[in-house]
Ligand binder design. Structure first.
Ligand SMILES: C[S@@+](CC[C@H](N)C(=O)[O-])C[C@H]1O[C@@H](n2cnc3c(N)ncnc32)[C@H](O)[C@@H]1O
Length: 207
């Protein structure tokens, strides 16, 4: 279990050599699920987007393509993730459409009420108390802003629960738990979807 546990634990906060390997794999490994999640964003045209727990930065890049007039701030508390996301989005950074920053969602220092859209792909499992962290997200969203959460575990699937036992600090939340935490954090207009054949979920809340 030693090396396997060390490797999969890199999903929580990629560090060092194993972390670099993990971040390189995540961009491709999460792509289909992330695109399914992004397809749930309808009838919005966000100008300012914040992509939280951005990992290797691929989803920030997809959001920039989907919303050609947008600016994306991608944040992650892992310096390995920040470096990879910066490299991945280098052209967009040069064009002034993207910035990648190191930051912890539990204590966001981004400007309040700035963002139209916040996204979180495969990351809330590791957030230290989702209610508290969702309140941080609410703080930086404009009134009317949207928060999209996408997870490949619905909190009840065998694989998710297996990893929850192996990775310290990981919690696979159910849709109901996420919805409740969003309400407590001040979100409304909450809607969710479950993939028809996989344990993938999206939960969307409005500020
Ligand atoms: C499993 S990876 C997912 C990366 C990317 N969103 C994707 O879907 O490929 C989880 C990411 O969330 C980041 N993360 C976890 N907890 C965080 C926190 N409290 N603040 C900021 N980033 C966090 C990790 O550093 C890691 O890069």
């Amino acid at each position: 279990m030693g090396l396997f546990k060390d490797y999969v634990s890199q999903t929580r906060k990629p560090e060092g050599f194993l972390g670099k390997m993990m971040v390189n794999g995540m961009n491709g490994g999460h792509a289909r699920m992330a695109d399914w999640g992004i397809s749930h964003l309808k009838e919005i045209s966000p100008g300012e987007i914040v992509e939280i727990g951005c990992g290797g930065g691929r989803n920030a890049g997809e959001l920039l393509k989907k919303y050609p007039l947008s600016h994306v701030t991608a944040i992650d508390y892992s310096d390995v993730s920040v470096r990879k996301a910066t490299e991945y989005n280098a052209d967009m950074i040069k064009q002034g459409r993207c910035e990648v920053m190191q930051g912890d969602v539990s204590a966001l220092t981004l400007p309040e009420e700035k963002y139209d859209l916040a996204t979180a792909f495969e990351t809330i499992y590791f957030w230290p108390g989702i209610e508290k962290c969702f309140a941080q997200v609410a703080k930086i969203l404009k009134p009317g802003g949207v928060f999209l959460i996408v997870n490949e575990s619905d909190g009840m699937d065998e694989t998710g629960l297996k990893f929850e036992k192996i990775i310290e600090g990981m919690k696979c939340h159910t849709v109901k738990e996420i919805e409740e935490a969003l309400k407590i954090a001040g979100f409304s207009r909450i809607r969710s979807d479950h993939h028809e054949s996989k344990p993938w979920i999206t939960v969307i809340g409005g500020k």
